[in-house]
Design a protein around this ligand. Structure first.
Ligand SMILES: *[C@@H]1O[C@H](CO)[C@@H](O)[C@H](O)[C@H]1NC(C)=O
Ligand SMILES: *[C@@H]1O[C@H](CO)[C@@H](O)[C@H](O)[C@H]1NC(C)=O
Ligand SMILES: *[C@@H]1O[C@H](CO)[C@@H](O)[C@H](O)[C@H]1NC(C)=O
Length: 585
């Protein structure tokens, strides 16, 4: 069957499964309309040059959540939610890929597919835990009833522990191991975490709701044998945010070192914990840093307002993320899913939807207040031809082109220096706590005092199309700590002439001291992906854009300054990025 036939088969099968779709999953009811739309999509959206070059993706079809990343006998394993039949959500199985370096990937057969009563209507997200004898075990959410979206938890073990590729997974007959009981809402009960062990007992979290659906909750389950599980009465933590999906909970070193900690490494004053939840209502990943009390089985964020202050891993398109501990390089690695910003009809026409962000090393900032994130070092092996600029001043309203290489698939690192912050504009108090609205009101084309300055990526030669990744510096608000406020923003409003795209400005504040005038930016540019790291990974923004002109060799890269003060590019290096082995595509 051709790609289109597969895509349509997928849509039809999806229709049959409509009654299974949960609140978080979009249901496509008017297929004829969708097909008509797919035929009308602008030709550029289906241009293969808009498919990511080095971000993780299968050769075709829909993908969503990362599942159960793990390291075993020299191989990194990655599983993900996958529709084998089309480019829209549905028919979900656990696709499976393996890698030596987290960058070059080989696709294997799906690891988990509906096959037992407790997962016959869905094999949803879950995590892996490495048992003390080295065996990985996966726990995942199964849907076991066709009428409602009733969720239980199942385990699966490798059939052959000697196989480093862990090709086959066996579901023991005693599944499911956890069912929603004691007032738990069975339609909002999913995504078990990696388990941690203390005092001979395993613990893990399952995402859900409390308070009649108004509160997100992370329920704790305990077990001695990974088979019989009992729920702790009160959740580990809860907040008035609506459903928590895909919780993640892990220790981080409080000493500012980059080394990661194994999930069971709990003890000591030098250990803090991170609790992350994916907010089903907002579709973003939020986390807090805090303290875990394992006797009380409670977690308390350090910042009492942490659940409202809403720190995010990424202020762009990044959801359902999950970390794992990599024993080979003693680091904690974060995976996150980035969906498309085009339309469902576009996805059907393209035959694919969804990528994974480049895996990121995560560790605690020396301030203890937030995490730092940086693309895993292995991605640098893809760097090829490069160009460097040094000590170039960009005058107000000017820009600077980076020439001599293709930049549709590139890695750029730049250090900026602002000689004076005196002209920084005041911060509108009404927007002082809302980076996204602030960026919407003060986007890249809006002249500022200090900034906006940054990069135009995936830009056309006439700059009609361009995605701006930039900083903007504001004077400290009265009554604050006196530090200038730094906003980081990705503005895709001019990223494409195609009008039918989702082009939100994404933004976060950068908790950095810019009083010396210095700030850095790194962007991983990958055809339809712009994944950016501000100030060494303090603020990250992944954005999906689909230029219609700035495609392939027509994509250009500029540094720009749209403020009233000079900005110096102390150093900028851009590298062309090679294409790794990507699941046989
Ligand atoms: C288990 O895996 C090993 C290594 O791949 C292989 O040599 C062996 O034949 C497998 N055993 C079975 C029973 O499949
Ligand atoms: C469970 O949650 C869903 C979604 O929030 C809600 O519609 C439903 O009424 C809840 N069920 C119960 C039994 O509370
Ligand atoms: C995916 O894309 C749409 C825009 O088309 C967005 O509104 C939605 O919230 C996105 N994120 C997730 C995690 O589904």
């Amino acid at each position: 069957m051709g790609r289109d036939a597969w895509a349509w088969l997928g849509v039809v099968v999806l229709l049959l499964l409509v009654q299974l779709a949960g609140a978080s999953h979009v249901v496509y009811e008017n297929l004829l309309e969708l097909k008509a739309e797919a035929e009308a999509v602008p030709p550029s959206i289906v241009d293969p040059q808009l498919r990511a070059g080095y971000h993780f993706q299968p050769p075709k079809n829909w993908i969503n959540d990362p599942n159960a990343p793990l390291y075993y006998k020299g191989w990194y394993h990655f599983f993900y939610q996958y529709n084998p039949k089309g480019a829209v959500w549905g028919n979900i199985v656990w696709a499976h890929s393996v890698s030596r370096d987290l960058i070059n990937w080989m696709a294997l057969e799906p690891a988990i597919e509906p096959s037992i009563p407790s997962d016959q209507y869905g094999c949803w997200s879950g995590s892996a835990t490495i048992l003390p004898d080295g065996t990985p075990v996966i726990m995942y959410t199964g849907v076991n009833r066709p009428d409602v979206n009733y969720q239980v938890q199942n385990v699966a073990y490798p059939r052959n522990r000697s196989d480093p590729l862990l090709r086959e997974w066996v579901k023991p007959g005693y599944n499911p191991v956890i069912v929603p009981e004691g007032g738990i809402n069975a339609t909002q009960f999913r995504d078990p975490t990696t388990a941690w062990r203390a005092g001979g007992r395993w613990r893990l979290l399952i995402g859900g709701v409390a308070g009649g659906g108004t509160r997100g909750a992370a329920y704790v389950y305990r077990s001695r044998d990974f088979r019989r599980w009992a729920r702790v009465r009160r959740p580990l933590h809860s907040a008035p945010t609506g459903m928590w999906e895909c919780p993640d909970f892990y220790p981080v070193g409080a000493d500012g070192r980059r080394a990661g900690l194994e999930t069971s490494a709990l003890a000591g004053p030098r250990v803090k914990h991170v609790l992350k939840n994916s907010l089903d209502l907002r579709r973003y990943d939020y986390y807090t840093v805090g303290t875990y009390d394992r006797r009380a089985e409670r977690y308390v964020p350090d910042d009492p307002a942490g659940d409202e202050r809403r720190l995010r891993y990424d202020y762009g398109n990044f959801y359902a993320s999950k970390t794992f501990y990599d024993p080979a390089k003693r680091r904690r690695i974060l995976w996150g899913w980035a969906n498309e910003s085009d339309t469902t009809a576009d996805d059907v026409a393209k035959g694919w939807a969804g990528i994974q962000a480049i895996p990121r090393t995560v560790w605690l900032d020396p301030s203890g207040k937030q995490l730092l994130q940086w693309p895993i070092e292995e991605v640098e092996a893809l760097r090829g031809k490069s160009a460097t600029l040094k000590d170039r001043v960009i005058k107000p309203g000017q820009h600077l082109e980076v020439t001599g290489l293709q930049t549709a698939q590139a890695d750029v690192e730049v250090s900026f220096e602002v000689p004076s912050l005196a002209g920084a504009e005041p911060l509108d108090p009404a927007l002082a706590n809302d980076a996204e609205r602030l960026c919407g009101a003060r986007g890249a084309p809006v002249e500022g005092g200090v900034g906006p300055f940054g990069l135009w990526v995936l830009a056309s030669a006439d700059r009609q199309e361009r995605t701006a990744v930039f900083f903007r510096v504001f004077r400290a608000a009265a009554g604050s700590d006196g530090k200038p406020v730094v906003l980081m923003c990705t503005d895709p409003t001019k990223s494409s002439l195609n009008p039918n795209l989702y082009k939100p400005t994404f933004a976060g504040f950068v908790d950095t001291d810019i009083s010396n005038g210095k700030i850095s930016l790194r962007s991983l540019i990958d055809r339809s992906v712009v994944e950016s790291f501000g100030a060494g990974g303090k603020t990250c923004i992944l954005s999906r854009v689909y230029p219609s002109l700035a495609i392939g060799k027509n994509a250009r890269l500029y540094a720009f300054n749209n403020g009233k003060a000079d900005v110096k590019v102390s150093r900028l290096t851009a590298w062309e990025m090679r294409k790794p082995l990507m699941n046989g595509a």
